[in-house]
Design a protein around this ligand. Structure first.
Ligand code: URA
Length: 435
């Protein structure tokens, strides 16, 4: 088999066979296929696309390129969740404990934040002592003991994806639905859960800027799951504004804890209960979504979900008392208000601009491997629909480094839009796919 023939075939828009896809993924991961040929094929896929069978074959080959986790020794239906990334998206910290406290084991591997989007592993690591790096054996033991583990992905989970993503990043081949779907799903298939709920974000703070593209990506990922014999569904959710009020690692842990204690912002509580209900439905905890909504809501109001998060934090070496007393979490020495220049109804908050401002305050990474400040970030005091007068505080900025403030303030300058009437409320859950 020759790589040039495979590139030629895809250039003409023809479907690649399982053998050709396997040859490419195996050869590229082993360093036998050079970057120039891999980049040519990636560009051909970007321009010509892949059908459902090819996309599923690509995903399966990428998932098999490294370690796979076998969860079969843990009794029950193992569930996982994945968000395509947003601003202020702390849903995993709320949803996973809700689901696990309903008796469904949650085995989750999360990524780190990059650019304007955050990562669950960074948020968890703001809890004193908590570790997210564990061997596969210890990961299984924590799921068995605590019912929920949330660790970082080892470098040998889907290594083909790691190499391909780095090449896509520098060859303008990231924005292809089959390539994004295969990238996300290869990691999810390799980590072994029986059912996977995807939260596909749409809007200014998301990878997919339009609802239409987010639905297409969601459909492709659900189809991959079906073909791989996993139960997968997706909620397409709104990411035009940050979720809740907090953006930044420790700040988001505080807001997640407030939500688990029944005192969270409405939008965050609504989306978390809905995601948890669909995870429970996929896992078979109830026969219909209404029953599962009831289970999720009981887990939250009874305090069981909060207890579950404490249990996981402890199992991962963290100080669970920092959840009961969040003053023990990292706090920034500098808190600075950001004022409204004008008044009126807040019609829009640009999620991407808020994510960028949080990054500039130290909460995020410009490049993989950058150090982050767990205490940094921002807290929004008004959400779209709220009325403000000129001079009122819209946001509090948190940072440990005052030289970071001007750039963050600049990023926020055009993040807020005002009008004379309240905006039409946009639903948080835009579509449900695969249920
Ligand atoms: N997230 C991923 O994991 N992969 C992509 O290709 C895009 C977003």
């Amino acid at each position: 088999m020759r790589m040039t023939d495979i590139i030629e075939k895809k250039k003409k828009g023809l479907a690649l066979t399982w053998e050709e896809i396997g040859f490419f993924v195996g050869g590229f991961t082993a360093g036998e296929i050079p970057d120039c040929q891999a980049a040519a094929l990636l560009m051909a896929i970007c321009l010509r696309g892949m059908d459902g069978r090819e996309t599923a074959d690509l995903t399966t080959a990428m998932a098999a390129s490294g370690d796979t986790i076998d969860l079969s020794g843990i009794p029950g239906v193992k569930v996982d969740k994945h968000s395509t990334g947003g601003v202020g998206d702390k849903t995993s910290l709320v949803v996973c404990p809700i689901v696990a406290s309903c008796g469904m084991p949650v085995a989750k591997m999360s990524g780190r934040g990059l650019g304007h989007t955050g990562g669950t592993a960074d948020k968890l690591e703001s809890i004193p002592g908590l570790k997210t790096t564990f061997s596969p054996e210890d990961f299984l033991e924590i799921v068995r003991m605590a019912g929920y583990a949330n660790i970082t992905q080892s470098s040998n989970i889907a290594p083909a994806d790691k190499k391909l993503y780095a090449l896509r990043d520098v060859t303008a081949t990231v924005d292809s639905i089959p390539l994004i779907a295969a990238s996300v799903m290869s990691k999810k298939l390799a980590t072994g859960a029986d059912t996977i709920l995807l939260d596909v974000k749409a809007g200014s703070g998301a990878f997919m800027k339009t609802e239409e593209d987010a639905i297409a990506l969601a459909r492709t990922m659900v189809d991959i799951g079906d073909r791989a014999g996993r139960r997968v569904a997706a909620l397409v959710t709104n990411m035009d504004s940050p979720l809740g009020g907090a953006v930044g690692n420790a700040l988001e842990v505080i807001e997640a804890v407030e939500t688990l204690r029944g005192r969270g912002p409405d939008d965050l509580t609504e989306i978390c209960l809905e995601l948890a209900a669909y995870m429970l439905l996929l896992g078979g905890a109830g026969s219909d979504i209404e029953t599962c909504r009831g289970l999720a809501s009981d887990a939250l109001t009874s305090g069981r979900a909060f207890e579950k998060l404490c249990c996981t934090v402890q199992a991962q070496g963290g100080d669970a008392s920092a959840l009961a007393d969040t003053a023990k979490l990292p706090a920034a020495p500098l808190t600075v208000p950001f004022y409204a220049q004008t008044g009126g109804f807040l019609t829009r908050i640009d999620a991407e601009a808020c994510g960028r401002a949080a990054l500039l305050l130290g909460a995020g990474r410009e490049c993989a491997g950058d150090r982050i400040d767990h205490a940094a970030g921002l807290v929004l005091h008004v959400k779209p629909g709220g009325f403000v007068t000129a001079g009122s505080v819209l946001v509090t900025l948190h940072t440990s480094d005052k030289t970071r403030l001007p750039a963050a303030q600049e990023a926020l300058q055009s993040a807020f839009s005002f009008g004379e009437t309240p905006p039409v409320r946009r639903e948080i859950i835009l579509s449900v796919i695969g249920v």
